[in-house]
Design a protein around this ligand. Structure first.
Ligand code: SF4
Ligand code: SF4
Ligand code: FES
Length: 279
């Protein structure tokens, strides 16, 4: 399902409590401890609890889970509204990224109840009680809910996500038929939130060399563009046992994409194109 506008949240059935491994085989310094409980001021209309991952790099303390009680009577409907309320009214030290608050910028991606999603497009009413809020999994944490995306952006950059041409520039812009433009549907909408790459088991184990679903979906977006003239070079770069073929079609990426895109299909399209090229 494609999401065409920000007022069209995806309707899916969520696994309410996917088991997030908290301390399984973690070394002593990485173990997540119990943090503080922040009760909602009374009287409160309806209380919702959020268990939020906290990590403060400037201290030597382990990560912890703080529990915040929110009065839903004075809070907006989304998970991001609750986080903003916590930061504004309860605990200003809580750190997270956000910008557009309507599913466009991709910055509020985090792990909510065990599933990567955008905090601004996830209704509080759809979350468990208590809801669990962690940073995107399998990424270094800078602070609290802010992961370090440096490596993922480097992988994105490596697919050279821009139009490449070899023929002389025309007098006007390079045009595209509606039919060719249609081929970009389902790919150009990617907002680079990295929910998919963070949720990809192959990327967990081989993320140093496997490009992951977000970068590969972007690679396909340019391969599918009728105006691009670097198909051969792009496929040469991708045809590699790790960069592309570490995708085992597990499809966690497609399941977790908050924009309803299908990175697994994009990866399959690249593999098909390579098969066609190699005869
Ligand atoms: S389909 Fe491929 S990219 Fe997507 S989660 Fe599975 S292994 Fe990762
Ligand atoms: S494909 Fe979906 S989950 Fe992956 S980066 Fe793009 S929008 Fe995010
Ligand atoms: S704040 Fe931009 S996608 Fe959530």
């Amino acid at each position: 399902m494609l999401i065409y506008s920000s007022n069209q949240p995806p309707q899916q059935t969520y696994l309410k409590r996917f088991p997030v491994p908290r301390n399984f085989k973690m070394d002593q310094h990485s173990r997540i401890g119990h943090g503080r409980i922040w009760p909602a001021p009374r009287p409160a209309e309806k209380i919702k609890k959020l268990e939020v991952y906290r990590y403060e790099p400037d201290t030597s303390t382990n990560p912890r889970i703080d529990t915040y009680e929110i009065d839903l009577g004075s809070c907006g409907p989304m998970v991001l509204d609750a986080l903003v309320k916590i930061k504004n009214e309860i605990d200003p030290t809580l750190t997270f990224r956000r910008s557009c608050r309507e599913g466009i910028c991709g910055s509020c991606a985090m792990n909510i109840d065990g599933m990567n999603w955008l905090a601004c497009t996830r209704f509080l009413s759809e979350t468990a009680d208590p809801a669990t809020i962690y940073p995107l999994n399998n990424l270094p944490v800078i602070k609290d809910l802010v992961p370090d995306l440096t490596h993922l952006y480097a992988q994105y950059h490596s697919v050279e996500p821009w139009l490449q041409t070899t023929t002389p520039d025309p007098d006007c812009e390079r045009t595209q038929s509606p039919r060719d433009r249609q081929k970009l549907e389902g790919y150009y909408e990617c907002i680079l939130c990295f929910c998919c790459t963070s949720g990809c088991p192959s990327h967990w184990w081989n993320g140093d060399r496997f490009l992951g679903p977000a970068a590969l979906l972007q690679a396909w977006r340019w391969l599918a563009d009728s105006r691009d003239e670097s198909t051969g070079k792009r496929l040469d770069e991708l045809e590699d046992p790790f960069r592309l073929y570490r995708c085992h079609t597990i499809l966690n990426c497609t399941r977790t994409c908050p924009k309803g895109l299908n990175p697994g299909k994009a990866i399959a399209e690249i593999k098909n194109l390579i098969i066609q090229r190699n005869g």
